[in-house]
Design a protein around this ligand. Sequence first.
Ligand code: PNS
Length: 161
Amino acid sequence: MKVAICPGSFDPVTNGHLQIISRAAAMFDRVIVVTMANHNKRPLFSASERIDLLRRATAYLPNVEVDAYDGLLAEYAREKKAIAIVKGLRAMSDFEYEFQMALTNRKLNPAVETVFLTTSAEHMYLSSSLVKQVASLGGDIREFVPACIVKDILEKYGRNE
Ligand code: PNS
């Protein structure tokens, strides 16, 4: 069984993430989406909230499961016997940081390959930070995130629409 991991902060999951997850699900037997701490960011949603949003958003993908982990991604991949870490690449601006993480993860766990999937053109610009900014300023986020989680995001900003 070929296991892949899709790691991220997913704060919250966007349509861009979801497309990468569903493409990974078509390539591997089992995909584990894992919410992790990004030590450079303070999350809006707690780990358990992010898991709940991801579970609802990926419910239509039978070989995808959702988990949370606090430690090193390389260790988690070893524990789960994963052969790949799948990440979406949007633009050159993502590349340097992602390349650095991929090299670090390979040093820590040479058994796992980092696989980059190029984001589709329609999701090039999309990020969780952008979604939060638009939501906080009263904008429409329905184009950016799965329909089943729109309400959860708006509620964080006191919007009951
Ligand atoms: O969605 P993000 O914020 O780009 O995801 C970054 C994430 C969570 C994948 C990265 O910060 C990570 O792997 N954190 C886990 C801790 C770890 O293994 N750090 C070393 C990675 S080189």
